[in-house]
Design a protein around this ligand. Structure first.
Ligand code: FE2
Length: 364
């Protein structure tokens, strides 16, 4: 079937934050990103600035307001730090905008051609759940570091080593009660995605709380967006806690891929990134559940890395604690060894670990 929105993958993730200088430094020191580009008053912006960092195919942008009352300041005041843009790489950003807006997508940015001495760059955008936007990025005729308007950002005395993070595996959105199916339809109808997996409250429920989830994927599988909504449980679910503290729908977690999770998580932990901890008993019957794996059990147990298997192989994964003050966004670190699924076998142990954290915060 003809894919009306061919996507080449995630181009970048842009966060609106209270302090972009310090946020970008945290991602460099703790996650091993390298400085890439900068825009701010020195490049002609009057009311905001952005620091751009990258690591292999991952690019993160941290944007903050320099003034009160701007849309960025309002966003940070309402949501705290969070994801504003999930930017997708396309061959033709004008066509991407036309195809999606003609199918009901709400425009956030008409196609714009930006030029500098490094070539021509085209960007457009549409709104998705909450205040999140998808930007379509066409950079095939552009050879600069990031995009026109940004200057290269280098640091001479500061060095930070990579942690082995490679690319965005998937980005999960939390939406409100009864909003999962409308957003599933949005991704199907407006963006040509399909629903590849579904989890109901029987799959994802602990003694206390529940959620439902549907995984949306684009045609070539490079872009995957699971959508969660809360389900009725005895106590407040993690999605409800997110919706309360984020003051609405938004990106719950971004999964970052590595080809050596033991190395990556060892590095992240030694640099201060905190992860959810499952009980040690999780490892007692792990190999009975998932069968033979290439990794030694001892380092997985020591680092708290989870394992799950599906028909095609297995995966190793681990979830960070929230990475800003509010109990909202977090990261997943994932290494796939054939498996294309999302760790359903770990849901119960994982959600119980999340609930223990919610309990500590008084939010269960
Ligand atoms: Fe995930």
């Amino acid at each position: 079937m003809n894919d009306f929105l061919p996507l080449q993958g995630t181009d970048y993730v842009e966060f609106y934050v209270g302090n972009a200088k310090q946020a970008s430094h945290y991602y460099m020191t703790a996650f091993g990103f390298q400085p890439l580009a900068y825009a701010g008053p020195e490049t002609g912006l009057r009311d905001r600035l952005s620091f751009v960092v990258n690591q292999q195919k991952l690019t993160f942008v941290f944007t903050a307001s320099l003034r009160q009352g701007t849309p960025i300041a309002e966003h940070v005041s309402k949501h705290g730090d969070g994801v504003k843009v999930l930017a997708l790489r396309v061959d033709d950003a004008t066509s991407a905008w036309k195809e999606t807006t003609s199918r009901g997508g709400k425009s956030s940015m008409e196609p714009k051609v930006l030029k500098d001495e490094h070539g021509e760059f085209v960007i457009s955008g549409i709104h998705t759940y909450g205040e999140v936007e998808h930007h379509f990025i066409e950079r095939k005729n552009y050879h600069g570091a990031f995009m026109p308007g940004y200057q290269p950002w280098r640091k001479t005395d500061f060095k930070t080593e990579s942690t082995g993070l490679m690319y965005v595996d998937h980005c999960v959105g939390n939406v409100g009660w009864n909003q999962m199916n409308p957003w599933v339809s949005f991704y199907e109808n407006v963006m040509g995605f399909r629903n590849i997996l579904s989890f109901d409250d029987k799959d994802i429920s602990t003694e206390y709380s529940a959620l439902m989830s549907k995984v949306m994927s684009n045609g070539n599988g490079y872009v995957k967006f699971p959508i969660n909504e809360p389900a009725e449980g005895k106590k407040k679910s993690q999605v409800e806690e997110f919706l309360e503290f984020y003051q609405g729908e938004g990106v719950q977690h971004v999964a970052l891929a590595t080809s050596d999770i033991v190395h990556t998580v060892t590095e992240l932990k030694s640099r201060g990134v905190e992860f959810l901890q499952v009980p040690d008993s999780y490892y007692n019957d792990l190999l009975d559940r998932v069968g033979k794996i290439d990794e030694d059990l001892a380092p997985l147990r020591k680092l708290g890395i989870l394992v799950d298997r599906d028909d095609e192989g297995y995966l190793l994964q681990l979830f960070s604690k929230p990475i800003q003050d509010r109990p909202t966004m977090f990261f997943e670190i994932i290494q796939r060894k054939g498996a294309k699924s999302f760790g359903k076998g770990n849901f119960k142990a994982l959600f119980e670990a999340i609930e223990r954290e919610q309990e500590k915060r008084g939010n269960l």
